[in-house]
Design a protein around this ligand. Structure first.
Ligand code: 3ML
Length: 113
């Protein structure tokens, strides 16, 4: 599985309510995107600072998203898709800033995780 994790920051002038509604719309739209196995977006409701190791301050993050792809071929299908392009156009309307991470499993099977 290819997994891409994203930190999302809302535009400065957008309300929490609008951002939440657009995240929900984005989630619903994700179901029609070819090659995309799964998309999840979760709102950040708290950013605790009382960590047991040194705190890493990255500033305000409003949501965390993740995209799953079965393999490189599925990712290529996704990238080539007009539905995906439309999805990204919607993303541009409510994602102020985006920080992607491609992740891999530490111990398990990258084919399933
Ligand atoms: C890439 C993405 C990260 C996310 O949360 O949604 C997708 C598509 C987009 O950026 O519009």
């Amino acid at each position: 599985m290819i997994r891409l994790l994203y930190l999302l920051v809302k535009p400065h002038d957008m309300s929490q309510e609008t951002f939440r509604a657009e995240c929900l719309r984005h989630y619903e739209m994700s179901h029609d995107v070819p090659g995309l196995h799964k998309y999840e977006v979760r709102l950040v409701v708290q950013q605790p600072t009382d960590t047991h190791v040194p705190y890493f301050d990255i500033g305000q993050v409003d949501a965390i998203g993740e995209c799953w792809f079965e393999n490189d071929a599925a990712y290529d299908t996704y990238m080539a898709s007009d539905v995906r392009r439309t999805w990204f156009e919607h993303g541009k309307t409510f994602i102020g800033q985006l920080k992607p991470f491609r992740t891999e499993t530490v111990g398990g099977d990258n084919k399933v995780a």
